[in-house]
Design a protein around this ligand. Structure first.
Ligand code: UDP
Length: 494
């Protein structure tokens, strides 16, 4: 029997925008279903969550932003900084959040129902144990990647030239040059990665930002391998029902010089009116391009003859030479190319009818946003889960084609303009393969929306998740929810 006490979820995102943005979406989703939500953050990130806090206040959602007293050990060191050991030190500095989080939970009048922690915050394991509260892991990548990662961690055999990921429901092949990039584990990271894996193995369940129509088989395998519920609840961002809500959650990430969102939309509106299809090009927030690679992308877009919106990060045009080169390209492609410096309203762009394709680094949020809007992709992964997300897009979903046959090289020139031009022309063209990718993407897009509608798979899974913690009376009892795939799983009580 359901308790009258709404469950209380304490969400602990990783302090990085590709993680905080979807976690804040999840926070709103849970709060809109009546759960109390505490979104834990650092002083540095709290300002960026202002839009989410405003929205929660306006909608009277039971959602609070909790600012823990903490400064990272090395100021300015964050994911994306040069050097893998620098990034490792940044992850390690976050362990100092454990004390403040434990103090916060202990000071609450009631124990919360559950801590939902980013997979890359393994320091929450001890906190949850000390305060006697169940812990769910929010695995931010795709289920496909999480399952590959788990299987690789379990099977220690080092690969030969070709590496077939063990334990998968289909053949997933990586090469000698791509597998180390996918399962990034330099020796100095071993202890941290083992703690991360242990944090996953000892969790009470996993939360995933995906939907069953694209990842059901992998979620089911992940659930079996971990012997715990895997809650597939996405695409989270669809819960932002209008452009204002979408903008509000990301506004604080925009560099001040970014182009106004309305100007981008007006440009796309004009393209749509002229019946022109546009390729959208953005490589995410973590890994930038060297100048040589930037020039090849620009020339490739110019040579493709297609219309495009290209997002160039601020640091990629740090030199006067790069800025002048970009301005010259802008002049040559005026009328068919829009170059956005810094930050673009990605979800608004992908949802625009003028956009017909996305050249992406295959960050999970970007790929999911593309699939959800029925937009096929050119894949250009750099490292980590992006390498496996490319396989998902091409081999499983059939909505993607690679930018080139070359293996990814982080921070160096690896793809030439002819490859960019060919890939973009193919993506936007009328070839049979392009049409098939478009057809499949459209189908998945419709299913993504259906998953989040009342009665859809993600909607129902969220109902079950909230109910499973409400049933414990909000007193922190360990979650014994049955598999969401088993027939004995609870039926939602609307
Ligand atoms: N994003 C955006 N505008 C930009 C760059 C990124 O709105 O110019 C958003 C994008 O929609 C996505 C997130 O930032 O939600 C990036 O996450 P992803 O996992 O795709 O890649 P990452 O940046 O973490 O590599």
């Amino acid at each position: 029997m359901a308790s009258t006490i709404p469950p209380h979820f304490v969400l602990v995102p990783l302090s990085s925008q590709g993680h905080i943005i979807p976690t804040s979406d999840l926070a709103c989703l849970l709060a809109e279903r009546g759960a109390r939500v505490s979104l834990v953050t650092t002083p540095g990130d709290a300002a960026r969550l202002q839009g989410v806090a405003d929205r929660a206040r306006r909608a009277k959602l039971p959602l609070e932003i909790v600012e823990l007293p903490f400064q990272p050990a090395d100021d300015g060191v964050a994911p994306g900084s040069e050097g893998v050991d620098t990034v490792l030190r940044w992850f390690q500095s976050l362990y100092r959040l454990a004390g403040p989080l434990e103090d916060y939970v202990r000071a609450l009048p009631r124990r919360p129902s559950c801590i939902v922690s980013d997979l890359l915050n393994p320091w929450t394991v001890g906190v949850a144990r000390n305060v006697g509260v169940p812990r769910l892991v929010y695995a931010t990548p795709s289920c496909f990647y999480s399952l590959c990662d788990l299987n690789v961690a379990t099977h220690k055999d080092k690969p030969e030239d070709e590496f077939v990921v063990p334990g998968m429901p289909m053949r997933v092949e990586l090469t000698k040059s791509t597998w180390p990039l996918a399962f990034f584990s330099p020796p100095s990271w071993e202890a941290f990665l083992e703690e991360r894996n242990e944090g996953l193995r000892t969790a009470d369940g996993v939360v995933v930002n995906s939907f069953l129509d694209i990842e059901g088989q992998f979620a089911e395998c992940l659930e079996a391998a971990l012997a715990m519920p895997v809650w597939v609840l996405g695409p989270f961002f669809l819960n932002n029902r209008d452009e204002e809500a979408l903008a509000e959650r990301t506004d604080q990430y925009k560099p001040s010089a970014s182009m106004d969102e309305n100007a981008v939309t007006a440009w796309l509106d004009d393209m749509a009116q002229r019946g022109v299809k546009v390729a959208y090009v953005n490589f995410g927030t973590v890994v930038g391009m060297c100048a040589g690679q930037l020039y090849e992308v620009g020339h490739g877009l110019e040579d493709s003859g297609t219309s495009f919106v290209w997002v160039v990060r601020e640091e990629e045009t740090a030199t006067l030479e790069a800025r002048e080169w970009l301005e010259a390209l802008e002049a040559r492609t005026a009328g068919r190319g829009l170059i956005v410096r810094g930050w673009a309203p990605q979800v608004a762009i992908l949802s625009h009818p003028a956009v017909g394709g996305f050249v992406t680094h295959c960050g999970w949020n970007s790929l999911l946003e593309s699939v959800t809007h029925g937009v096929p992709v050119v894949t250009w992964p750099k490292f980590a889960d992006q390498i496996l997300n490319e396989r998902l897009a091409i081999d499983v979903l059939g909505i993607g084609a690679p930018v080139s046959a070359t293996a990814p090289v982080v921070g160096q020139l690896s793809v030439l303009r002819a490859d960019v031009a060919r890939a973009v022309s193919d993506l936007m063209g009328d070839g049979e393969a392009a049409q098939e990718r478009r057809r499949k993407a459209k189908q998945y897009g419709e299913r993504a929306h259906a998953a989040m509608e009342k009665g859809g798979s993600s909607y129902q899974n969220l109902t079950k998740l909230v109910q499973s913690f409400a049933q414990s009376g909000g007193n922190g009892t360990r979650n014994t929810t049955p598999s969401i795939f088993s027939t004995s799983a609870m039926e939602p009580q609307e």
